[in-house]
Design a protein around this ligand. Structure first.
Ligand SMILES: Cc1cc2nc3c(=O)[nH]c(=O)nc-3n(C[C@H](O)[C@H](O)[C@H](O)COP(=O)(O)O)c2cc1C
Length: 337
């Protein structure tokens, strides 16, 4: 799988998720088997470049190449400027967000709302491709409304504009996250285009990964929600795709080690106040499905320093280990938690 001059290590990509796929999480996923990752979306509005949030989102120090940075906006000139700004800051690939369904984003005609205006799509893609020397990729959905899916036209526009790869979530804006992702149209797009196509939506197991690759013929797959609290899903899928066999699930002591590594990097990156608050959801995801995790999470949410939070995590896992050293993590147990 290639994006411009970059050959990816495998066909597994971490989906951009605002508030989740910050640099520590992307680096961890890459260490645990992801071949590539895309940053959280960064606003194209230059007025916000100086805010703490935007500066953190545009920090890629130490990240394994190629560094892909997603930008979001609606104005071609502003997006072109944002692309130049992020390339100057270290981005090696620019990704354009035309998939976000959030009201906050769509109300200003950005994210998936752009799919309603194909002329503007073309102007944005051409402006960004012309603005930078690095590959530009596009992430989008099947269309805005059900019954009016225009992805085949948008895909052609993207290829003609010089987009280097297209990531496609198999839902419309109208679907939000409801129902199941539809893969047939992703397959049609793949057959239509020469550039690499990346299939996205509801991939949460090695079997599903293999099935989506087979159903769509896509060059790669992108995984979002299933990686939350489970960054090792990439090595599990990678192993299964290359051998047809499953890796054993991680032991609880390994989950502890991965979570602690994640938290230490996360605290360094976000600092004391935000570090503690943003970490809560990650800790909740990692521990979901493990014994006694509901009570642990309720108590953990009340802690307001990184030191007490980390100590609580260590204590919780020490309790689990004392109970059963060989206790294994079972993804299916999450549902019962
Ligand atoms: C919390 C969250 C934040 C997201 N933020 C972004 C984003 O910043 N940019 C984007 O293109 N997609 C974003 N998405 C969409 C995901 O990249 C992905 O397309 C979607 O979750 C479907 O894939 P999945 O079923 O593997 O989760 C977000 C999704 C979630 C759940």
């Amino acid at each position: 799988m290639r994006i411009g001059p970059y050959t990816l290590r495998n066909r597994l990509i971490v989906a951009p998720m605002a508030g989740v796929t910050d640099r520590p999480f992307r680096m961890l996923c890459k260490r645990l088997g992801a071949g590539h990752a895309v940053s959280e979306m960064i606003t194209a509005n230059a007025m916000l470049y100086g805010t703490d949030k935007t500066r953190r989102r545009a920090n890629f120090e130490g990240e394994l190449a190629p560094v892909s940075v997603q930008i979001a906006g609606s104005d071609p000139a502003q997006l072109a400027e944002a692309a130049r700004h992020n390339v100057a800051a270290g981005a090696q690939i620019i990704d354009i967000n035309m998939g976000c369904p959030a009201k906050k984003v769509c109300n200003v005609l950005a994210g998936s709302a752009l799919l309603q205006d194909e002329d503007r799509v073309a102007r944005i893609l051409e402006a960004v491709v012309a603005a930078v020397d690095v590959p530009v990729t596009l992430k989008t959905r099947l269309g805005f409304k059900n019954g009016e899916e225009n992805i085949l036209r948008v895909a052609r526009i993207a290829e003609q504009a010089g987009i280097a790869a297209l990531a496609l979530h198999g839902r419309t804006r109208e679907d939000m996250y409801n129902g199941s992702a539809r893969y047939e149209l992703i397959g049609e797009v793949k057959r239509l285009l020469k550039i690499p196509v990346i299939a996205n939506g509801d991939i949460d197991s090695p079997e599903k990964a293999r099935a989506v690759l087979a159903a769509t013929g896509a060059d790669a797959i992108m995984i979002g929600r299933a990686a939350q609290g489970r960054p090792w899903i990439f090595r599990e899928i990678d192993h299964f795709l290359s051998t047809g066999e499953h890796l054993p699930p991680p032991r609880v002591d390994e989950i502890r080690a991965i979570l602690v590594e994640h938290l230490e990097d996360h605290y360094r990156f976000h600092g004391e106040y935000s570090g503690c608050r943003i970490a809560r959801k990650h800790i909740a995801w990692y521990t979901s499905g493990l014994k006694g995790s509901n009570e642990f999470r309720q108590a953990m949410y009340r802690l307001d320093s990184t030191a007490t939070q980390l100590a609580a995590v260590e204590q919780y896992f020490a309790g689990l280990a004392a109970e059963s050293e060989r206790l294994c993590y079972e993804p299916s147990a999450r549902l019962a938690a």
